[in-house]
Design a protein around this ligand. Sequence first.
Ligand code: PAF
Length: 277
Amino acid sequence: MKIVSSIQELNAARPLLPGPVGLVPTMGFLHAGHISLVERARRECAGVIVSIFVNPAQFGPNEDLAKYPRDLPRDLALLEAAGADLVWTPTPEVMYPPGFQTWITVEGLTAPLEGAQRPGHFRGVTTVVAKLFNAVQPQKAYFGQKDAQQAAVIRRMTKDLNFPIEIVVCPTVREADGLAMSSRNTYLNPEERKAATVLFRALTAAKAAHEQGERDAEALRRILTGTISAEPLARLQYASCADYDTLEELEKVTGKSLLSMAVFVGKTRLIDNFVLE
Ligand code: PAF
């Protein structure tokens, strides 16, 4: 496994990889969710590149950039074991050179849900992902379903900018008790960690109601909000039942839909979602 940091080193190493090449963009502090993306890329691609970059542009002024967890030696050991060929660890100066002023913005899809709560977040994500796509030129790129809106926004950007890249969205990986894997879970104290299963419990309850025939989207949103409000350590930020493609809130659930939520457990903000087929 080769590790490079500068664009020059990347440009020298990239042509040596056999195709198709799969890219797994990450912010490091890898968990089983990231590794499942690398393993999927390994199965589907002859060359596997993983980028590790904690992207300052996608953190808001009150968010946790400085305390975002980092452990490069551990990440590299996990990636070696998962079979990555090349790891790119650009510095902020590589991604945002002095005088940087070019941004990629996806409009409508970034307005609701995470976009409404985290202004500027998706502009940072799409800009950095477009730069990763340009530099790496992969044939496939792998993202997790846990960040459902991010996956939808990246699919849109890829289409709109004619990137010849297939976006592969992989299932959310969960702990044994249902908590979705996230680097942010490390912020939870033991009591909060227990309470954090409330997201999975709420989504499971709403999905069960849907399976039993509930098609009123507001009733499903009420199941989410009701379950969260019963957990003293949790504070709901939003609960949504939206069209899977447009992310517009639904009145009736008739086709593929996304149940999603953002919840503070203590000071830690967690997101999770289920797809209703
Ligand atoms: O999902 C993430 O970890 C980040 O948003 C991504 C896609 C690596 C862009 O910084």
